[in-house]
Design a protein around this ligand. Structure first.
Ligand SMILES: *Cc1c(COP(=O)(O)O)cnc(C)c1O
Length: 401
């Protein structure tokens, strides 16, 4: 058996089958490229669902991590440490907000957002205890915890994981009228992805986010933007909300915040919102640990240069120009997205998204399908233009065959 087949069969025998990875076993990676256990090279056009916006083993981020590894890596929040204040201060400044509550995974940031909104609802807005509602969108993806899957509309994510957490109202994404009707005096928050990534990189109709902002302000409801995948440079701006000049009340961040090195997530908001937490009411042993703060601080410094956002905007224009040329040519029925982020719908006659991903893998390009007929393209923002063009050549070749 090959080294690849060996590794895959051991993994199948001894790990839960909660994923169905492409049959590639990565050994090393650098920038936009990964090398497998047999020495084959692949262009990474998924970038860990945007966790790798700065590329694999980014030298600046590795240097920050290495320097911190030799000092202190974990204190728990029982004590202060000397990287915490800088990280929170700089991240808050990047977001134009007062305060940060650091966690680890994206799902934890969303859970923290839910708790923040409920507590704010009871203690600031005056909603009767136990009656808070949060309005969410259909086809959302906010993570995998029991509360979060309670308001998922994806059967695979949700079925047989009940009983479900109450307190959520689901409305169609992009429909302001439905949203306005769903908001009641007990609504404490509207929780949305400014672009729905897992749903297939769905960009809402123009004016939607601005409409959500106006509605939530008028009705005294928090606008919580889940920018875990859309944020931190991916769309050509620091936040996808910026494309409509919208500033939400609460940012939920994760993925790229950890630079592809460690899990780092955060809830970022002003004092009138995050100030609801008192000692003991929420926490995490690893949240805001020194290693996470050192890496996250470097991520924020890199984003403050603006160069990654600019790169995503420029390369993204190029990507979308090239992808749009494929639409209607037979294999591609639609292309959506913003910046260096695209959902490409494949005509089923040309194979499923999985089959196209597999054929791309055989040509040295790694992408991931979503919802059957869509492939998602989201390379690291540090990808070279020639590499991006080479990846697009492989896509054209696969779709022509
Ligand atoms: C990935 C993702 C999450 C969950 O993040 P995890 O780190 O996997 O828990 C939440 N929201 C969005 C929009 C995501 O893309």
């Amino acid at each position: 058996m090959s080294t690849t087949a060996d590794a895959i069969s051991s993994a199948e025998a001894h790990s839960a089958h909660n994923y169905h990875p492409l049959p590639v076993v990565v050994a090393t990676a650098e920038g936009a490229w990964m090398t497998d256990v047999e020495g084959r090279r692949y262009l990474d056009m998924l970038a860990g669902y945007s966790a790798l916006n700065f590329g694999h083993c980014n030298p600046r981020l590795l240097a920050a991590a290495r320097a911190q590894l030799d000092r202190v890596t974990l204190t728990s929040r029982a004590f202060h440490h000397d990287r915490f204040a800088d990280f929170c201060t700089e991240l808050a400044a990047l977001c134009g907000k007062d305060m940060v509550l650091p966690m680890n995974t994206g799902a934890e940031a969303v859970e923290t957002g839910v708790k923040t909104a409920r507590k704010w609802g009871y203690e600031v807005k005056g909603v009767p205890d136990g009656h808070a509602k949060i309005v969410v969108a259909a086809d959302n993806f906010h993570g995998r915890t029991t509360t979060i899957v309670s308001f998922s509309t994806d059967h695979e994510a949700r079925d047989h994981f009940g009983p479900y957490t109450p307190g959520f109202e689901i409305v169609p994404y992009g429909d302001l009228t439905a949203l306005a009707q769903a908001v009641t005096p007990n609504t404490v928050a509207v929780l949305l992805e400014p672009i729905q990534g897992e749903a297939g990189v769905l960009v809402p109709p123009a004016g939607y986010l601005r409409g959500v902002r106006e509605l939530t302000r008028e009705r005294n409801v928090l606008f919580m933007a889940d920018e875990i995948q859309s944020g931190l440079g991916r769309t050509g701006r620091t936040f996808a909300c910026e494309h409509e000049d919208v500033v939400p009340d609460v940012y939920l961040l994760g993925k790229a915040l950890g630079g592809g090195v460690v899990p780092v997530s955060a809830v970022v908001a002003d004092r009138d919102v995050l100030g609801v937490f008192k000692p003991g009411e929420h926490g995490s042993t690893f949240g805001g640990n020194p290693l996470a703060c050192a890496v996250g601080l470097e991520v924020v410094a890199m984003l403050r240069t603006g160069e990654y956002q600019q790169r995503a905007a420029e390369l993204g224009d190029h990507l979308h120009r090239e992808l749009n040329l494929l639409v209607g040519g037979g294999a591609v029925t639609a292309v959506r997205g913003r910046g260096l982020w695209a959902g490409v719908d494949i005509d089923p006659a040309h194979g499923t998204g999985r089959e196209v991903s597999q054929r791309l893998m055989e040509r040295g390009v790694l992408v991931k399908d979503t919802h059957g007929a869509t492939i998602r393209i989201a390379p690291p923002l540090v990808i070279g233009k020639e590499d991006l063009d080479w990846g697009l050549d492989q896509l054209r070749a696969v779709l022509a065959s």
